[in-house]
Design a protein around this ligand. Sequence first.
Ligand code: 4NP
Length: 155
Amino acid sequence: MSHKVLMVCLGNICRSPLAHGILESKVHHSIFVDSAGTAGYHIGELPDKRSIAAAKNHGIDISKQRCRQFTENDFTTFDAIYVMDQSNFDNVIKLAPNELCKQKVKLILNEIHPNKNLEIPDPYYGGTSGFEEVFNMLNKACGVIAKKTKWNNLQ
Ligand code: 4NP
């Protein structure tokens, strides 16, 4: 059962804050959702203003989020850990203490394109259209995750 879901990217200011806000809005806070970055460059910061704007365009407020770094403790706290790209996957897997923890880590786009190992592109160095594209990709993936989670919670 996935009562606690963690979204992970590199910086925790662009992609994972969007995934966090989108999933939270779809499950109406019925499960605990959080996000973290594998790197510590931006700890304590707000999400990137372009992510805040992209979310706001779709009626989602992510401005209350603050950046934090992924830690080994997150393997204990969370039932599912969704990563944005292969590099995030490798970084998180390196910190996993055992096989059970490794099994919690999934590429988020495999939820809509099973076994394809597709990636959410890092929009940090691009323009605003990249953030809209990322929003749309995450919105689809989070739709599937939300459905699964609700179904699981009824078991
Ligand atoms: P994110 O994007 O991993 O989607 O939050 C990035 C944000 C910041 C940096 C890299 C990626 N950075 O190098 O500072």
